[in-house]
Design a protein around this ligand. Structure first.
Ligand code: SF4
Length: 220
């Protein structure tokens, strides 16, 4: 279920995310979460910057905090995993019309990137992940993920998605004890959504020298 509003956090100064990360690392959130986040929103004038209601911004930030905290909680288990998959959202393709040369394989389902644009984040993320031995899926929706994990028996998962999709995926992953690391979308929408590629690369590299590829079945 996507958010009911469009956002673009790529316009927010990096200092904001640094302050947010420091607060989360200090584990001082707990009961004061609402007030701390509200103060940060005011300090960085996010309502003006993003053109969103404060209540909507708080929804995004609370989901960001949840994601960061869960990443910390599951990191230790995740680094021990060997058979890993990366799930990317199809909306992060540079184009979602005929200009995207990716071939859609409905049997998985996934879009197989044909690298038509160097500045497409799906192309960039796929290159990094495959070099590190990950199987990469560019999925049309989060509901496909449980089936893919079951079929190919992944031990660890990295996913890029909006906060709402991350929450839904975590229910399945936690129930099945599969440690995951999530990278939240910084800009949502129908196409060319954005995420932090450097943050993704750092997560993908976690203990990657001990990784083995699962040898994803090629249905093509
Ligand atoms: S680089 Fe890949 S995912 Fe991006 S638009 Fe081209 S074929 Fe599609």
């Amino acid at each position: 279920m996507p958010y009911r509003f469009i956002f673009d956090l790529t316009v927010v100064p990096k200092r904001f995310f640094k302050e947010l990360a420091i607060i989360i690392d200090s584990r001082s959130l707990h009961k004061k979460t609402g007030k701390i986040l509200r103060d940060l929103v005011d300090k960085f004038k996010l309502s003006d910057l993003l053109g969103l209601e404060i209540s909507d911004i708080l929804v995004i930030l609370e989901d960001l905090v949840d994601t960061y905290v869960k990443n910390l909680v599951y990191r230790e288990e995740f680094v021990k995993t060997r058979r890993r998959a990366l799930f990317l959202p199809h909306c992060a393709r540079k184009y979602v019309d005929y200009r995207c040369r990716a071939e859609f394989d409905p049997r998985i389902p996934t879009y197989n990137c044909r690298r038509c644009s160097e500045d497409c984040q799906i192309n960039q993320a796929t290159r990094i992940a495959e070099r590190l031995g990950y199987d990469v899926y560019v999925v049309p929706g989060g509901s496909c993920i449980p089936n893919i994990i079951d079929r190919f028996k992944y031990e660890g998962v990295v996913g890029v998605a909006c906060g709402e999709e991350i929450k839904l995926a975590s229910i399945f992953l936690e129930k099945n004890r599969i440690p995951a690391q999530a990278i939240p979308l910084l800009k949502n929408g129908c196409s060319a959504t954005k995420f932090n590629l450097q943050a993704l690369e750092k997560v993908l590299e976690l203990n990657s020298e001990h990784r083995v590829s699962s040898g994803k079945v090629d249905f093509g």
